[in-house]
Design a binder for this molecule. Structure first.
Ligand SMILES: [Zn+2]
Length: 280
């Protein structure tokens, strides 16, 4: 088994949400989770403190951790907005530089999914602002329809990792010729039910460890997402789960692999297959 880790970046600050209900909902959720004993007082007060301090970013801390364990993590940043994702396309520029400087990876967190021109605009904006080409994408809220993959291929994305597969579906090339790298565990699906934290750290570790231990010897990639905003004591179970995941894989000598390496492997395999067909 090899492991891919990634971080969708949905929120950076409280202030970017002055025109939507995201932070209000976040506060209501924190109270409900406390009263339902889903989180403890420390997590609750840390979460309020993140809100008061206008800070959901955590990127410097997370980069430091990812570098320490050489996770090769990919951070996905948006370049346009919807009513849930509100930071400006330029806002993460300094973080993208930090990530790249530390030999980690970035990609696009896509908002548009059914309009090729809007999708193209997001891609061009990203390459202009960050001066980085050859990128992949994961859609915000995993939105897609029957055309999304062909639009992605057309625009020139190296890969997509929007498909969610708890059955551990492996990377493949779609009918449209796009490299799809399904992901298998997402923090919010793991911990939440009906928008509230339902499970604790112990459950999350047991759930994930079972997958790792029973697939340890297999030639597969295991693809995991932690939203960077949860690498915080305000979501302590989530943060501790990611720390456990990375240190556990490290201790078991499970190799961390980047999306780019998966793309390279699949492309080489495809080329060998084409050569084989031609020489037949
Ligand atoms: Zn998202």
């Amino acid at each position: 088994m090899k492991i891919i880790v990634s971080h969708d970046v949905d929120n950076l600050t409280r202030k970017e949400h002055s025109k939507d209900l995201i932070v209000i909902k976040m506060i209501i959720r924190a109270f409900l989770e406390l009263f339902l004993f889903r989180i403890n007082l420390f997590t609750f007060s840390s979460r309020l403190s993140c809100i008061i301090k206008n800070n959901f970013t955590n990127i410097d801390e997370l980069v430091k951790f990812d570098v320490k364990y050489n996770t090769k993590a990919t951070y996905f940043f948006a370049t346009s907005n919807d009513n849930t994702l509100a930071y400006k396309a330029e806002a993460p520029k300094v973080y993208v530089q930090t990530i790249i400087k530390n030999n980690l990876n970035v990609g696009i967190h896509g908002i548009a999914f059914d309009d090729i021109q809007k999708m193209k605009d997001e891609y061009i904006r990203f390459t202009k602002i960050h001066n980085i080409n050859d990128i992949g994408i994961r859609m915000h809220y995993l939105r897609k329809n029957n055309n999304t993959f062909s639009y992605m291929k057309n625009i020139g994305y190296l890969f997509d990792t929007t498909e969610y597969s708890p059955e551990l579906k492996q990377p493949y090339i779609t009918d449209e010729g796009l490299i799809e790298i399904p992901f298998h565990v997402m923090d919010s699906y793991l911990f939440q039910d009906k928008g509230l934290q339902k499970y604790n750290l112990k459950y999350a570790i047991e759930f994930t460890q079972k997958i790792i231990d029973s697939n340890y010897d297999k030639n597969i990639v295991f693809n995991i997402n932690l939203h960077q905003e949860y690498f915080s004591n305000g979501w302590k179970d989530w943060k501790d789960w990611y720390i456990w995941l990375v240190t556990y894989c490290h201790s078991k000598k499970i190799e961390f692999i980047s999306y780019q390496e998966v793309v390279d492997e699949l492309t080489a395999k495809q080329n060998r297959y084409k050569e084989h067909i031609l020489t037949k």
